[in-house]
Ligand binder design. Structure first.
Ligand code: ATP
Ligand code: MG
Length: 478
């Protein structure tokens, strides 16, 4: 028997479908990840049955226990329920055909082989019987097992047909190559390059889904290099595609910013699973093409690319239908600040510069430091070591200053209400001026981040602005 079918969940499903006389196979990611012994394998189980998928799901769920709620997706002919922390999805085996301009297939019932044909890759099209009498028998008409062994992504049919039917599959090919560290079969790869334009009919949400999975894979650069090579990148993410290439003037060349960006993404991926930090790594140099300049005296410069880059992010997020909320602002902030620790480390690290950085980065300071360290992609080991040593110094300064001044969660020690009450004034521009003065004095280290000192400064600045504390003026009136 196949070792993959030892799972309790499969035995339970086997009992359920067999007692209902449903012919059923387990397929898709569950089978693939199980055969690959992937540690964090699929938590969803795809079951293909002969006949009606929705009815079979209902019957099986009833057998498995009372109270299991079945969600039905009638449009897709599928039904799903949760069992033992797994999502079990049922679909009736079917034949599909597509028209050229639409993702909406014409669907009719089919055999297991028909169903395998409509799947994206041979390694996802393996099916194993879970019926009692034939339990563990493989259906592998397209050599999926061989491709798993040889680490190959290949379509079951002519790739031009598979990709034309659903162009998202081109991105899925790249995603699986990055996630599993597989190679895309040359014929399949060629077909992606040929059909790349068809990606334009796919919705932004589906593209973003696969894009995020590539970013979250262990070696995202592998995925990005494939996206670039096949021409998909240019179509779905022209700004990133624009980063590639090297220009040389008077013997001086700048680095290839596309390869650099995906290397930074790889670097950070070994440290964090935070999707948005990974996005920040990918986008940190996105405005380099627009800001590129050459002068004979200083060579290549990309002045202001961090600021312009951060301004490009809302447009990119909108196009990908990514959330336009605090996640986006976080990415913007990291891109905007990504040069600061490096600049800091190249000068004498003054307390006030560290204070300002802490104040601006707030709680994201640790992520910013991770990004800056990942940004060092120099092949020169000596340079690399020097930068990392400098960052160590910045990090210890950050800890020291934070312990003293608590700027990460900076709350003005004197707030607007206190200013209004103290001077008995209405909200107006003086409040902003006083608050600013206090903040600047704290950041410059002129006063400590404490209420007493801040209040004293408020009174002084208020007088300078011609304001009198309310209690004093009431005293005068007495
Ligand atoms: P994971 O769940 O790890 O993302 P998966 O292979 O299970 O990987 P799903 O999106 O869950 O991927 O899809 C389950 C199965 O359905 C796939 O293994 C594949 O057989 C089939 N499938 C999914 N999307 C497509 C598609 N766009 N075209 C063809 N077959 C697909
Ligand atoms: Mg899955």
């Amino acid at each position: 028997m196949n070792i993959c079918l030892n799972d309790k969940i499969i035995s339970a499903l086997s009992e359920a479908v067999s007692s209902e006389n449903i012919k059923a196979w387990v397929t898709g990611g569950y089978v693939r990840d199980c055969l690959l012994k992937r540690e964090h394998g699929a938590r969803d189980v795809d079951i293909v049955v002969l006949g009606d998928g929705i009815e079979s799901a209902r019957k099986s769920a009833r057998k498995l226990g009372p109270g299991i709620r079945v969600s039905v997706f009638r449009n897709f002919g599928t039904a799903m329920f949760r069992y033992n922390d797994f999502d079990i999805e049922f679909v009736g085996a079917r034949k599909e055909s597509y028209s050229r301009d639409s993702r909406k297939p014409v669907v009719e019932a089919g055999t297991i082989e028909d169903d395998q044909k409509r799947r994206d890759f041979t390694i996802n099209a393996l099916a194993i019987s879970i019926n009692r009498e034939t339990f563990g028998e493989f259906s592998d008409p397209f050599g999926g097992i061989n491709d798993l062994k040889n680490k190959i992504i290949r379509t079951p049919l002519d790739p031009d047909v598979t990709f034309s039917d659903d162009p998202l599959r081109m991105m899925r090919a790249v995603r699986f190559a990055a996630q599993l560290n597989f190679t895309i079969d040359p014929v399949t790869l060629k077909s992606i390059a040929k059909n790349a334009e068809r990606i334009n009919i796919v919705s932004a949400e589906r593209i973003a889904g696969e894009f995020n999975r590539i970013i979250m894979s262990d070696h995202p650069s592998k995925g990005f290099v494939l996206l670039e090579k096949t021409g998909l990148l240019k179509l779905i993410f022209p700004e990133l595609d624009n980063l590639k290439g090297v220009e040389k003037k008077e013997g001086k060349a700048h680095k290839d910013n596309f390869l650099h960006s995906v290397k930074v993404l790889d670097n950070i991926s070994s440290k964090t699973d935070n999707l948005w930090l990974r996005w920040a790594a990918l986008l940190h140099d996105i405005a380099k093409p627009q800001t590129k300049k050459y002068t004979p005296e200083t060579g290549w410069s990309f002045h202001g690319h961090e600021y312009i880059g951060s301004k490009m992010i809302p447009g990119i997020f909108k196009r990908f239908k990514l959330p336009l909320n605090e996640k986006m602002k976080y990415v913007q902030k990291l891109v905007d600040l990504h040069l600061r620790p490096m600049v800091l480390s190249q000068e004498t690290v003054t307390d006030s510069a560290v204070r300002r950085l802490l104040f601006e980065a707030g709680d994201d300071i640790d992520d910013l430091m991770l990004l800056c360290e990942a940004d060092i992609t120099s092949k020169n080991e000596v340079t690399k070591k020097r930068h990392l040593e400098n960052f160590k110094l910045v990090r210890s300064k950050l800890v020291e200053i934070e312990a003293k001044d608590a700027l990460r969660k900076f709350q003005p020690p004197v707030d607007g209400n206190e200013i209004i009450r103290t001077f008995g004034i209405k909200p107006g521009k003086e409040i902003g001026i006083i608050k600013n003065t206090i903040r600047e004095a704290i950041l410059d280290g002129i006063i400590p981040n404490e209420h007493g000192a801040a209040r004293e400064l408020m009174l002084r600045k208020g007088r300078e602005l011609g304001l009198t504390p309310a209690d004093e003026s009431s005293q005068e009136q007495i």
